[in-house]
Design a protein around this ligand. Structure first.
Ligand code: ADP
Ligand code: MG
Length: 380
């Protein structure tokens, strides 16, 4: 059977449900029967990031039903997001989650003059909030574990490429060299007891964009649980995290977007209680003189990572880790990434596609992935 066609048949109802207004129980059950897919899609090319919120809370028509779905779309963190929860506490959970997303966006956005990260970047020192502090701590831990591939101090280099302002251009070598000296997370001083942070060098700036959405989806799962929700799903611009299973007890099915074709999928992954986070060069990029430059920067060169990988998906119950590692493994390349997984296989699983069309899947999720592509399983 043609895999792409089969997927499209399954996917259409999911689009209808997530995009429509009032969701009746009947519609929800219909979708469930036809296999609800959380589409893992990119967040656009970055060309259209005007900040407009398109939110709408959709109460279910049948509040007594354990299956009643509440779904809400919003735009935050430069990303279209959909928050979905089921059951009698779903409305409260989704509303609280949306508030939390907006609060985190306001705290972490590098572009917002009032955010604590912006202020830190201006002053070179700050006392961080609990959220900011937690993220910096996790990011610095990842810097060590990934031997510098994940480096939140990359922001001056991101600016040199024009990514934050969308005034894209290829920087000259002298500028890049100068900015690369600043891109060094080992020069970030952070005290987790006082949450005080400072930089060793003038001009250093940080950017939590590589882990913020994974942390946000984890936080939403926590809010759902605190509200008494046992089944829910969030899709933050292709970063998916699920709570529990679907209301019919079956696993969630997540379609992993193909990096070559936004209409196509690498495969479908079945998950429960996990985050599925994908990094790819196709998510945010620009073209100059016929060359494509994307937004995941290799800190050793200052250039967009060119490791031979075109897509990396991380599956983990820790959303923050999954997000940080999707960025990191994309930079490492297949061989180094496979080795990294072998050393940390209890914490995550991965699906990686190379530029020459090979799909690598780690053994822990090989059986949960349905794909038409030829798969190479990475064993411990
Ligand atoms: P997305 O946010 O598009 O889902 P990623 O999770 O891969 O994709 O994060 C990419 C973002 O991470 C960039 O937009 C930038 O803010 C930041 N970033 C880029 N390169 C690095 C790096 N080497 N280390 C840490 N963060 C990075
Ligand atoms: Mg990431």
């Amino acid at each position: 059977m043609n895999f792409k066609k089969a997927l499209i048949v399954c996917l259409i109802p999911a689009f209808v449900i997530s995009g429509c207004g009032k969701t009746t129980k009947e519609e929800v059950n219909n979708t469930t029967n036809q296999e609800t897919l959380a589409q893992v899609s990119g967040q656009g090319t970055g060309q259209d990031t005007e900040k407009t919120e398109s939110s709408g809370t959709e109460a279910s028509s049948d509040d007594e039903s354990q299956d009643a779905e509440v779904s809400r779309d919003l735009f935050a963190m430069d990303t279209y997001m959909t928050l979905t929860a089921y059951g009698e506490h779903a409305q409260e959970a989704v509303d609280k989650a949306a508030e939390r997303v907006e609060a985190l966006d306001a705290l972490l956005s590098t572009g917002d003059e009032n955010s604590e990260i912006h202020q830190l970047n201006q002053k070179g020192e700050a006392t961080l909030s609990e959220d900011g502090g937690y993220l910096v701590e996790r990011a610095l831990e990842l810097y060590d574990k990934t031997e510098g591939a994940f480096d939140i101090a990359i922001y001056p280099v991101m600016q040199a490429w024009g990514f934050p302002t969308q005034e894209y251009h290829v920087p000259d070598d002298a500028t890049l060299k100068e900015k690369l000296i600043l891109a060094d997370a080992s020069k970030v001083n952070y005290d987790k007891d006082t949450r005080k942070i400072s930089f060793d060098r003038d001009g250093m700036e940080i950017d939590l964009g590589g882990i913020a959405k994974g942390y946000t989806s984890s936080q939403i799962m926590q809010i759902y649980q605190d509200c008494g929700v046992t089944s829910g799903l969030v899709n933050l611009g292709g970063n998916v995290q699920a709570l529990g299973c679907k209301t019919d007890g079956s696993k969630w099915k997540v379609a992993i977007q193909s990096p070559d074709d936004t209409e196509d999928y690498l495969g479908i992954l079945e998950i429960e209680n996990q985050a599925v986070i994908t990094s790819g060069g196709y998510e945010r990029y620009f073209e100059e003189d016929g060359v494509t430059y994307h937004h995941i920067i290799d800190p050793t060169t200052g250039y967009p990572a060119d490791s031979g990988l075109i897509s990396v998906t991380i599956v983990s119950d820790d959303g923050t880790l999954a997000d940080g590692l999707s960025t990191s493994l994309f930079i490492m390349g297949e061989e180094k990434a496979a080795q990294f997984w072998k050393e940390n296989s209890e914490k995550f699983e991965t699906i990686m596609e190379t530029a020459d069309g090979k799909l690598y899947v780690t053994e822990g999720i090989a059986d949960s992935l349905t794909t038409d592509m030829e798969v190479t399983v990475i064993n411990k």
